[in-house]
Design a protein around this ligand. Structure first.
Ligand SMILES: Cc1cc2nc3c(=O)[nH]c(=O)nc-3n(C[C@H](O)[C@H](O)[C@H](O)COP(=O)(O)OP(=O)(O)OC[C@H]3O[C@@H](n4cnc5c(N)ncnc54)[C@H](O)[C@@H]3O)c2cc1C
Length: 388
């Protein structure tokens, strides 16, 4: 079997590794020259840690400098409440590991490179499909040397939420409204700062605060489309908002020199009704774009890859429909939960509702905490590597 995968993100890199170790001839194309990408998901949840364990990569993964988060706190103007506590989650891993995404992708692709049937093409941008009647027989891509064709029994679109191959296959996702965008930046961290990763909430404002040891990765959540207004108001305005939300950073905010240091990410939530054509399959964000809520996007992409490998290795490339059948349910449930969080928490907060300034300590409620930690940590229908 020959497989070509467009997109070296979490979904594509994991699928390539799983297929290569099973002896499948697999080519992975990545349009960028490297995996460096800042302010993307860096959260590796217990479900993905378990997959790495099953692949014998847990030790190597944990050698990458990382930070473990066991709980998630919400800091409001009146106090702190614990939203979820992962400790006690059944299994070996009861924490989220924060790892730069490029290190995670480098680990997966360098492992895949140990198998002779794996080929990685960087700077290679897929732009079209090769068709034979209704069946997809491979893809077309361009690189520094020009345009090329790659024929395959299975072509996988793992090229993210702006997937060009999905469009080339005539598949269009259904969009769900998202009330927000996220403005990401970093500020230096000092040892005397709080140690945990937390959400800082105040009526009208929401800040995601991630401890990356030497710096804070900060995500300032704005109402959809308001990032431009913030930019127009100038960096002083952003500095002032951050300083008011996190007084311990008040002096350091000046290190945010201009909007050059800021990266705005347009958040999307959508999914395909149909993920496949004969010889063709979409997985990860190409099949279902996730918002940053709960930080599950990478993990869902990895789970798609594991399910795809399990099914394709067992039943061959014509079983693409079964991948959708298996992964649609977890996608629906996860996106439903994201939409509830958007409606119940993010939208009212951004609208300035004072109701949100007191949030109960959900982690103290045993049933709710058990549900939350299982949902966040393991996800819905966790996948396991069939071929160990
Ligand atoms: C602001 C923001 C914050 C997020 N935070 C988190 C988080 O904290 N935790 C989390 O789990 N998830 C988070 N997510 C979601 C997460 O980033 C995605 O769900 C996840 O990366 C999806 O993986 P993927 O492999 O499907 O796609 P992607 O990660 O998007 O990877 C697609 C890859 O394909 C490449 N590519 C694109 N087009 C082509 C082409 N034509 N040819 C070849 N290569 C191509 C891209 O360069 C990229 O490397 C966040 C998303 C956003 C927008």
């Amino acid at each position: 079997m020959r497989c070509v995968i467009a997109g070296g993100g979490p979904a594509g890199a994991m699928l390539a590794l799983l297929l290569a170790r099973a002896g499948v001839e697999v080519t992975l194309l990545e349009k960028h020259a490297d995996f460096l990408r800042d302010f993307r998901g860096d959260t590796i949840h217990p479900s993905t840690l378990q997959v790495l364990d099953e692949l014998g990569l847990a030790e190597e993964f944990h050698r990458i400098p990382h930070r473990k988060a066991y709980r998630l706190d919400l800091v409001t103007d009146t106090g702190t409440s614990r939203l979820a506590d992962l400790r006690g989650l059944p299994g070996r891993y009861d924490y989220i590991a924060f790892v730069p995404q490029w290190d995670f992708l480098t680990l997966l692709t360098s492992q895949a490179a140990k198998y002779p049937s794996f080929r990685l093409l960087m700077n290679a941008e897929a732009y079209g499909l090769i068709r034979d009647g209704g069946t997809v027989r491979g893809l077309r891509y361009r690189d520094g040397d020009g345009e090329h064709e790659l024929r395959a029994d299975l072509t996988v679109a793992a090229d993210g939420r702006g997937s060009v191959l999905r469009a080339a296959a005539g598949l269009t996702p259904t969009e769900f409204g998202v009330p927000m965008d996220v403005v990401w930046f970093r500020l230096p961290r000092e040892d005397t700062d709080p140690g945990e990763t937390f959400l800082r909430l105040s009526p009208g404002r929401l800040l995601v605060t991630i401890n990356r040891e030497s710096y804070w990765q900060l995500g300032f959540v704005v109402a959809k489309g308001d990032a431009e207004l913030l930019r127009a108001a100038g960096v002083e305005e952003l500095r002032g908002q951050v300083g008011r939300l996190l007084p311990f950073l008040e002096e350091r905010v000046t290190q945010l020199r201009s909007f050059e240091d800021v990266s705005t990410l347009t958040v999307a939530l959508n999914r395909l009704r149909r993920w496949y054509r004969p010889g063709f399959l979409c997985i990860g964000d190409a099949a279902h774009a996730m918002t940053p809520v709960f930080g599950v996007g990478i993990n869902l992409a990895v789970q798609d890859a594991v399910a795809t490998a399990n099914i394709i290795l067992r039943e061959g490339p014509s079983a693409v429909r079964k991948v959708q059948r298996r992964r649609m349910f977890p996608t629906r449930v996860t996106q439903f939960a994201q939409r509830v969080a958007q409606r119940q928490l993010i939208k009212p907060v951004l609208a300035g509702s004072p109701r949100m300034s007191r949030v109960p300590d959900l982690a103290r409620m045993p049933v709710i905490n058990r549900l939350a930690r299982t949902f966040i940590g393991k996800g819905v229908r966790p996948e396991h590597v069939a071929m160990r």
